[in-house]
Design a protein. Sequence first.
Length: 310
Amino acid sequence: MSKLKSTSIQGSADGPHLLITAGIHGDEFEGIFAIYQLIRQIDASKLHGRLTLLPIANQSAVDQHSRYGEDGKDLARTFPGDPQGSPTEQVAAAVNDLISTADLYIDLHTGGRAMDVYPLSGYGLVKDDAILETQRRMARAIGLPLIWGTSAELDGRSMSAARDAGVAAIYTEYRGPSPCDAIGVKTYVDGCLAVMAEFGMLKQADSIQHPPPVIVEDSRPNSGHMQLCNPSPIKGLFESSVSLGQNVESGDLLGKVIDPLSGKEHQITSKQTGSIIVIRSYPQVDESDALAVILENNENPASPYQLPSC
């Protein structure tokens, strides 16, 4: 059974149990450094409830400098795992057990070395109204400019582990391309402290003023499944023509994939009207790799959201 190197801080008064994880993928660092800062910063005498901090959920993936562990598996697609399975399956089982002990759960992500992701907080549109409203409160409190509620039916994820355990949970994304973004680290630290204040775990510090977020809830099947969007038709090199937050219309050019052997260019055009919230930043792509994610306005498909520049 995989052993997790987590830190648990028991407060001096009663309150909820908040779990914060990072390092589900081995090439995402802002969340890892944010949790190390929280470990140094939290004073147990001022804490209400319990805080469990897991900076690196998947040490094997970190060792591989990769999204994947030594067995080639993606931890974010392996929950609930198997304590007798492969290394990533064992980690998934251990994290799954930890999630089941929490009242509130935050999973910190970025786009890693391959993707640039618009800063957002997300959650599954679970059937339990009380849990869903708690997730909305968490997403608002963490202070990122986009809140994205999506299908709760996607399995294999930390969010599905929380869903099955009846735990209110959000995940976050903050840009991604190396090097590690110090502003992203601070944003995550401040956001986690704000969630703790929202639920009475800490006294409310001086609040950071954020512009009102764009809030989107999309219950369609596979909403939130970023890896399915705008796949590359070939193995090659991707050159983007768009930037994060940019609005595009159906038919607009997103970029091109160049076949390095023939030099032939394959134009990638949008099939949707909306806002770019993920764009491939690492040029090398395999066939079927996602190149971009477009956030559609379901209420008014012809009118994209106006996302603040990032």
